[in-house]
Each structure stands twice: as C-alpha cells, then as structure tokens.
Design a protein around this ligand. Structure first.
Ligand SMILES: [Zn+2]
Ligand SMILES: [Zn+2]
Length: 360
C-alpha cells in the first residue's frame, strides 16, 4: 500500500513529505494507521547520522488496520500505542527486561527487520525504517506485534504516543528503578518532557523534596506545576552550592536526562551516602567523569533504557493514571499537523515546546 511519510533523504536535512510503498504485515506484524506521533530528542539525534533514505519516528499511536496470522494481542479497530521492540527469546527478554534485550540495537536501530529486509521503499529504493519498532513519521506503520500495546479506547489516542518513549522513560526511571520511598529527596536534571515525567513520578511516589534543575527558566517554572518543590537555574553560578543548601546531607536520588558530562558530574556529586543516580538521557557527551570519592559510601550510578519498562504492563498503568488526572503530561503537549513536522522539530530544538505531537 501507499503511505504518506516524512522521509529523511540526507542526514541533518529537513524532513520531506512524500509517498512511500509499505509491505503488507508479515504473520507476526501489525499494520497501524497512525493517529498521532510525538517528536523525541532521539529522533533528532539519529536524524544527524542515520543511513538514508530513512524513516524515523518512534512515539506513534493509532488504530490497527490489519494483523498477521500469528498475532493474538490486538485486532483490527483496536487502539494501540507503539514502543521499542525486543527479540523475545534472549535471557533478558525472558526474565522481563526487554529494554536490555541482547539484540536491542539490532532490532531497534539497524533500519531493518532481523532478517535484513525493510517494509518501506521509496521509488524502488529500500528505506531504512523499523526504527524503535515502528518508524511512525508516516500515516501507516508495519510494526512487530511485540512493539504494539493495546490501549483502552476511552483514553485519548492523540496523547498516547509519547508514553511509548519519553513519558515512559522519565516515569519508569523513577517508578521502576529508583523506587523512592515517601519522604525522599530527588533532583531531576533537565526538565523537558522526560524530566517532567520523572518529576510527576517522584511526586506520585511521595518524595518530599523534588528539585528541578535546568538552564531554561520557563521550563523550571512549568516544572513547579507538575510537582517540583524547588527549582535551580543551572546556568547561574553555583548550582551545586544551591543543591547543597537545599539538601545538606546530599540527595537520596538524582536523575539525569541531559547526557551532558558537566551536568552528570553535578548530579552524581549531589548524592548523599547510599544515594542512587539514574542516567536516562541520550546527550552530546561520550564520557562522564566525576571525583571517584563521590561514589564512595554506597552510591550507585545506573544507566537506564526506556525506563526499564515492560511496555505492555507499564504503558497502560501510566495511561490510566493520566486518564485519572494523576499523570497530567498532556499539559506539556503542543500539537502540530503532520505536514508541519519541520516546524515541530524547530520548536523542539529551541525548547519552546515541552512535547511536540504531530497529528494526522
Ligand atoms: Zn531479547
Ligand atoms: Zn524517544
């Protein structure tokens, strides 16, 4: 079939709206008509170097149109959100940790199915697709069943897509990995969409001190509305000192969403004894360094992928909290028509929107 797609024809160039050819779903795949797709920082990172022609997009939600013969979890007409995929057979998948699947990069970032094929072609050329189990910058997606999560049709489909990546990453880092006890202190470094989801999760967990740290004062102001008890402007002098003033014994937990070496160092060094740092952001720095004494006294630094989530369990839990008003991430969303994908990308890059979602 033909689908409308926002294709990346050259790395680093704007997306180009065009028609692509999409194969029918294979026995273990699902054809989804996309209703809305979020724009995530990871799309923008990969747009800089992914082999082209490429189809990115990995926060899609929509309606099932067709299923392969082996698919049992969804039927045509079902509402679904999509998330990362995994092999389903390695020891880590079988023990409930698909975010750490041994084939994670191969099945999510190779641009191909595991057998090397692609479901998407453009003018006869093979398109690198199957990005994070989907490639949903398109009107239709052929996704493996493992990447597809049934969601209640009473939930708002247009806001469901970012739960498959950004919101699950931030919330899962707190709820699945750090698991703060009520009364804990936590600092969240970087309060874009991922960081705000972490702030809300910390608030749901009963954290008493929740510090938002960012260079963007508008984002800091917004973070207060999501449960941050204090804000630290990290562009100002002495951010580390401000953190130490707020929690002199050191934080129980910190989360870094920035992937920036200087921020990571400040975050880890803000921990108290037995403190736990969650590193959940993909950012510009390739290394991190800190005074080695800052991880003495039982401190832990954990790298976390996709909130360590089991999407089929965790996404419906978050969406139900959202439907009940307790995980109000929709306040962060700005909607753009799909045709305005490049405007949405510019808004994400400039930080002028919390979360951009493209609608069809
Ligand atoms: Zn696996
Ligand atoms: Zn993402």
């Amino acid at each position: 079939m033909r689908a409308t797609a926002a294709l990346l024809e050259q790395p680093g160039q704007p997306f180009v709206l065009t028609e692509v050819d999409l194969e029918d779903p294979r026995p273990d795949e699902v054809l989804v008509r996309v209703a809305a797709v979020g724009v995530c920082g990871t799309d923008l990172e990969f747009a800089g170097f992914f082999p082209t022609p490429a189809l990115l997009g990995h926060e899609g939600a929509g309606i099932v149109e067709k299923v392969g013969a082996q698919v049992t979890s969804v039927r045509p007409g079902d509402h679904v959100a999509m998330s990362f995929t995994s092999c389903g057979t390695c020891a880590l998948c079988l023990t409930g940790s698909p975010a750490y699947c041994r084939s994670f990069d191969a099945v999510n970032f190779s641009g191909r199915r595991p057998d090397g094929s692609t479901a998407v072609t453009h003018g006869g050329l093979e398109v690198n697709a199957h990005f994070l189990g989907q490639s949903s910058f398109a009107s239709h997606v052929v996704a493996p069943e493992r990447a597809v999560v049934w969601i209640d049709p009473s939930w708002d489909l247009l806001r469901a897509g970012p739960f498959g990546c950004g919101f699950q990453t931030g919330a899962g880092g707190v709820l699945n990995v750090l698991r703060p006890r009520p009364g804990s202190s936590i600092a969240v470094f970087g309060v874009g969409a991922v960081g705000v989801a972490a702030v809300i999760a910390a608030s749901l967990s009963g954290c008493e001190v929740i510090v938002a740290v960012d260079v963007n004062t508008a984002k800091l102001g917004a973070a207060r509305g999501f449960g941050a008890t204090h804000c630290v402007d990290s562009s100002a002098e002495g951010a580390a000192g401000q953190l130490a003033d707020l929690v002199p014994e050191g934080f129980d937990f910190v989360i870094d969403t920035t992937g920036r070496e200087d921020v990571l160092r400040t975050a880890v060094e803000a921990l108290g004894p037995l403190g736990h740092a969650g590193v959940i952001g993909v950012g510009p720095s390739e290394t991190m360094s800190f005074d080695w004494r800052s991880i003495l006294n039982g401190r832990t630094v954990t790298g976390i992928v996709a909130g360590s989530s089991l999407p089929r369990l965790f996404l419906p839990q978050l969406l139900e909290l959202n439907a009940g008003g307790r995980f109000p991430v929709e306040k962060m969303i700005t909607y753009f028509p799909f045709e305005q994908i490049n405007e949405a990308v510019a808004a994400v890059r400039s930080g002028s929107v919390g979360k951009a979602v493209l609608t069809f």
